[in-house]
Write a protein that binds this ligand. Structure first.
Ligand code: PEP
Ligand code: MN
Length: 338
């Protein structure tokens, strides 16, 4: 249920209603909007208390939340959420450009890439230090050494660092270095990990599982939001279909669909979404045209020798070309890269 307070409801009335919701055994999640405050009442038996809450002082109405996800839904918070992490802003009119290697391979490779993507206009650096690899025989990442390299790249370039955390036990370590914690497609439904990043106090980039529905993605986001972290970005990174020409099928209709259902910003990953260098820039442009709030793109100094995902990584020059194209589309749809 959503307890919608009247315009001009007092602080005392709002606090009283939060207490009332909690007394009923429900979790109160207040959202202070510019116009009015709403309190999402989350819990199993939520609808039975509707009438009793409706009589509270300062309450305009109590309405059921129809979507299976609650805190993520537009019904609870109509205005778009803007996620901020250092140099990165994602949401509303801010288009975040996250770029960098799939994996942190060395200080030289990461620093060179950070400098190049920054010069081309990226607003954050990506790079995996803990890699979730399909094969246990593939490169697993430099782990803490990789995190240190990312921190050094941030120090030099000022770019916020986006990096993946693959296990609950690693959350404190990764959160100690990262500006944004990435939850990869393979871990979208690792609920204990979602709760742990919810408690870590750092913005989260939550990638859609390759076989997950959009409702499942939103319910996964709900775990993070419920743990008290409102800074969540959703990421469409392609799903499994019968198509074999591309590594995954980049479902761009997810962008306007999610914008309709949730206030959370939506980032698109055209690198994993296509799996082919030549398709990355056109799909990046298409994502921005569809309303994406951010892009995450793999860039490598020498894609041919990359330790992971070289076939979908852009050279520095190709990334400059992507930025030029994206800048023009962003301007056309009223978004700023900043
Ligand atoms: C990545 O970003 O390098 C990655 C592993 O992505 P995904 O989880 O979408 O496969
Ligand atoms: Mn990758």
């Amino acid at each position: 249920m959503i307890v919608v307070m009247k315009k001009g409801a007092t602080k005392e009335q709002i606090e009283h209603m939060i207490r009332r919701v909690e007394e009923l055994g429900l979790k109160a999640h207040p959202i202070y909007g510019t116009e009015r405050t709403v309190i999402a009442a989350i819990g199993e038996k939520r609808d039975e208390h509707r009438a009793s809450l409706e009589s509270g002082a300062g309450v305009a109405e109590v309405v059921p939340i129809l979507a299976p996800y609650k805190v993520a839904s537009r019904e609870v918070k109509p205005e778009p959420t803007v996620v901020r992490a250092g140099s990165l802003s994602v949401g509303n009119c801010h288009l975040g450009m996250i770029a960098g290697p799939c994996s942190v391979e060395s200080a030289e490779q990461t620093l060179q890439t950070a400098r190049a993507v920054k010069a081309a206009g990226a607003t954050a650096l990506r790079g995996g230090a803990f890699k979730p690899r399909t094969s246990p025989y593939s490169f697993q990442g430099l782990k803490e050494e990789g995190l240190k390299i990312l921190a050094a790249a941030r120090e030099e370039t000022g770019l916020a660092v986006v990096t993946e955390v693959i296990s609950e036990g690693d959350v404190p370590l990764v959160a100690g270095y990262a500006d944004v914690l990435q939850i990869g497609a393979r871990n979208m439904q690792n609920y204990r990990l979602l709760e742990a990043v919810g408690e870590a106090g750092k913005p989260v980039l939550l990638k859609r599982g390759a076989s997950a529905t959009l409702d499942e993605l939103l319910l996964a986001a709900e775990y993070i939001l419920n743990a008290g972290n409102p800074q969540v970005m959703l990421c469409e990174r392609g799903i499994r279909t019968f198509e074999t020409h591309t590594r995954f099928t980049l479902a761009l209709s997810a962008v306007p669909y999610l914008h309709d259902r949730t206030h959370l910003p939506v980032v698109v990953d055209p690198s994993h979404g296509t799996g082919h260098t030549s398709l990355v820039a056109p799909m990046a442009a298409a994502a921005v045209a569809a309303g994406a709030d951010g892009l995450i793109v793999e860039v490598h100094p020498d894609p041919e020798t990359a330790l992971s995902d070289g076939y979908q990584s852009l050279t520095f020059e190709e990334f400059e070309g992507l930025m030029e194209l994206v800048r023009r589309v962003a301007e056309a749809v009223g978004k700023q890269i900043e």
